[in-house]
Ligand binder design. Structure first.
Ligand SMILES: CC(C)(COP(=O)(O)OP(=O)(O)OC[C@H]1O[C@@H](n2cnc3c(N)ncnc32)[C@H](O)[C@@H]1OP(=O)(O)O)[C@@H](O)C(=O)NCCC(=O)NCCS
Length: 305
């Protein structure tokens, strides 16, 4: 088996086509895309923090592909891998995995039987699940109704205002997600990048504010940033919900989640999804109580210590 590494180097156009082709074949065979959005985008772009691993069992046909991205700060690198359906159970996956850094964490986005295959593969390779990300969803037109939002009297509700709320939001997001590696690290620049996306809609970025707060950045008590991507689609996303830590326990998380659901329903959308870490018990419980159920589970595997 021939393994080729592209460390910080972009793939050549022919390689990009082959990688996307086996990803499509895997999706058709497995019923779920093997690469998540960021990894798929990096197949086509020359991202310096990314290493591509190509496995040729019989050149010129590509049999498998893996991608590793450097983790932010202290985080270990994360990886995704896919083997073309015709080349499975022939050691390609094992060879790709052996080419990854020892501490890399490997994502499985598979569902159903493919998830069981990924799990069997990971365990055979000495990996164990270390993190589970649940995709939960509910209908906005059917299913159990959600209650009216109960916002305590001293707060008011309004949409995010560009040029006014950026620093306050970055501060409350960092505080609310202090123990969440990716979300808590978002900077003003990251926020502004998202504000430049076609799906950006400040009307769907709901803030619960304390107008009596005196500091520049302490007026945002809770927020629910909803996302509709593509903007003309019929599915909305609970993109991020956060409550300032010193205001937790007042019912703001539930209230602001409901305000977002009301907004998405009023936009005429039919369905809503969200991503939540399994160990975020409070959030999972809030969503389950509002009628969300599991749609998919994405797992991250790591080598046993
Ligand atoms: C999971 C995947 C990468 C495995 O690739 P592969 O090339 O078939 O894996 P290997 O041939 O190296 O398998 C190594 C061992 O893993 C285990 N394994 C692999 N696939 C398995 C399956 N479908 N069922 C049970 N065990 C399996 C076996 O122990 C196997 O050894 P064996 O064939 O000698 O019994 C491949 O099925 C795939 O691309 N799936 C879709 C993408 C995905 O889920 N990626 C996340 C992986 S964590």
């Amino acid at each position: 088996m021939n393994i080729e590494l592209r460390d910080g180097q972009p793939l050549r156009p022919g390689e990009v086509r082959q990688v996307l082709h086996i990803a499509e074949e895997a999706e058709a065979a497995d019923g779920s895309p093997p690469l998540s959005e960021q990894f798929r985008l990096s197949v086509e772009s020359g991202d310096p923090d990314v290493t591509h691993v190509l496995s040729y069992a019989a050149e010129p046909a590509l049999a498998g592909y893996a991608q590793v991205r450097a983790g932010s700060g202290e985080e270990p690198p994360s990886a995704e891998l896919v083997v073309a359906p015709d080349w499975r159970r022939q050691g390609v996956g094992s060879a790709l995995l052996a080419a990854l850094p020892q501490d890399a964490r490997v994502w499985s986005h598979a569902t159903g039987r493919a998830a069981a295959a990924a799990d069997a593969f990971a365990r055979a390779m000495g990996l164990e699940p270390v993190r589970s990300l649940h995709v939960m969803g509910r209908s906005l037109v059917d299913g159990p109704p959600w209650p009216a939002a109960a916002v305590p009297e001293r707060y008011s509700v309004r949409s995010f205002e560009s040029g006014r709320d950026e620093d306050a939001w970055v501060a409350v997001n960092a505080a609310a997600f202090a123990s969440h590696p990716e979300q808590g690290a978002l900077t003003r620049r990251d926020l502004e990048q998202r504000m430049a996306q076609p799906w950006w809609d400040p009307q769907g970025f709901i803030l619960v504010v304390d107008e009596s707060a005196t500091g520049d950045t302490d007026h945002v008590a809770a927020f629910h940033w909803t996302k509709v991507d593509p903007p003309d689609g019929d599915t909305g996303e609970v993109y991020v919900v956060g409550v300032c830590p010193d205001r937790q326990g007042e019912g703001l998380g539930k209230a602001v989640t409901i305000l977002g659901l009301d907004h998405l329903k009023a936009r005429g959308l039919r369905d809503v999804v969200l991503y939540v870490d399994e160990d975020n018990v409070a959030a999972v419980r809030t969503y389950a109580n509002l009628g969300f159920t599991d749609r998919e589970v994405h797992r991250q595997y790591a080598r046993r210590p």
